[in-house]
Design a protein around this ligand. Structure first.
Ligand code: AMP
Length: 316
């Protein structure tokens, strides 16, 4: 695997594959790679002829300077992990390569970016994401790009972007990888103290409490989210930002639990670390619905250190 710093080197490295009609897969990351990222890279390896992993801590999407400064970075370790997972190229440009002097363009997706993460991190966050992802798409020219369900709203925003701007790229959204106690893997987890790490499992428990309330037949979103909130607020040291049941197409809170796809979403600060998570829930329409919604299996059931909620990524 080669580490590439510039767009011109990248184009040169990918030209033979492109000429030969080989498929190119892209996995965009901000580094500090963990099993969540590696699941995306392995997926790309299994589906594409050439796999590019990008590593760029994008200043434009950080709404807090302290979060950007504290973001974990270890390129040598990331390179080893990416290669072992099957990457052919690690594209790790400097900030000046991505945002050269005079850079003046923003790519902005409306509507979907308003609620939840958009409201809490500010509009600039998603603008930073969509601008850098558009640039990465143009730099790499992938056939397929892989994103994680862990950042569910981001994945939906990217799908909108691709559709609206006619990028000829298939987007694959891959399931969230969790620790055995349910905590979703995140580069920010390394910042948690041992006590905070234990508290952080409350996010997953809250999502489970929400699905369980729906399984019991609760149909009022307020009552359903109250069930999840009880767990979060009874765990000390957690500052809840939101816990909502939303429509996964719009990310707008739903008024009533009806048959179909829902998404339970949560964001909270554990000490100084902001964490997000979500749980897709399918409410069946038939009599089978009386048995409750279907959702991913509990992480502890899989019996491995890390669990993925489903085996397949979903092309949407
Ligand atoms: P990041 O480096 O945090 O920007 O994440 C890069 C990609 O990895 C994004 O598409 C994330 O959604 C995805 N990702 C991060 N954590 C996980 C996880 N626990 N499971 C699956 N995908 C993840």
């Amino acid at each position: 695997m080669r580490t590439i710093r510039t767009v011109s080197e990248l184009r040169e490295a990918l030209a033979p594959a492109r000429r030969a009609g080989r498929t190119i897969g892209l996995v965009p990351t901000m580094g500090a790679l963990h099993e969540g990222h590696l699941s995306l890279i392995r997926r790309a390896r299994s589906e594409c002829d050439e796999v590019v992993v990008s590593l760029f801590v994008n200043p434009a999407q950080f709404n807090e300077g302290a979060d950007l400064d504290a973001y974990p970075r270890d390129e040598a370790r990331d390179a080893e992990l990416a290669e072992a997972a099957g990457a052919d190229h690690l594209f790790a440009p400097g900030v000046e390569e991505v945002y050269p002097r005079g850079f003046a363009t923003t790519v902005s997706v409306a509507s979907l970016t308003g609620p939840l993460e958009g409201a809490h991190r500010g509009k600039g966050h998603f603008d930073g994401v969509t601008t850098v992802v558009s640039k990465l798409f143009n730099m790499v020219g992938p056939d397929v790009a892989y994103f994680g369900q862990k950042d569910g709203q981001q994945a939906a925003v990217i799908e909108r972007l691709v559709q609206d701007l006619d990028f000829a790229i298939r987007i694959e959204v891959c399931p969230t990888v969790r620790e055995s106690d349910g905590l979703a893997l995140s580069s920010r987890n390394v910042r948690l103290s041992p006590v905070e790490r234990r508290r952080a499992t409350a996010l997953y428990r809250a999502l489970r409490a929400v699905s369980e309330a729906i399984a019991r037949g609760e149909r009022s979103p307020a009552a359903v989210t109250a069930a999840g909130r009880a767990d979060l607020t009874s765990t000390g040291g957690i500052e809840l930002e939101y816990l909502e049941l939303v429509d996964p197409r719009t990310f707008v809170p739903i008024q009533h639990v009806e048959p179909g796809d829902l998404l339970a979403v949560v964001a909270a600060r554990v000490g100084g670390t902001r964490l997000i998570d979500n749980q897709p829930i399918q409410v069946p329409s038939t009599a089978a619905g009386m048995e409750g919604p279907t959702e991913a299996s509990s992480p502890t059931e899989a019996g491995s250190t890390h669990t993925q909620e489903a085996l397949e990524c979903s092309a949407r």
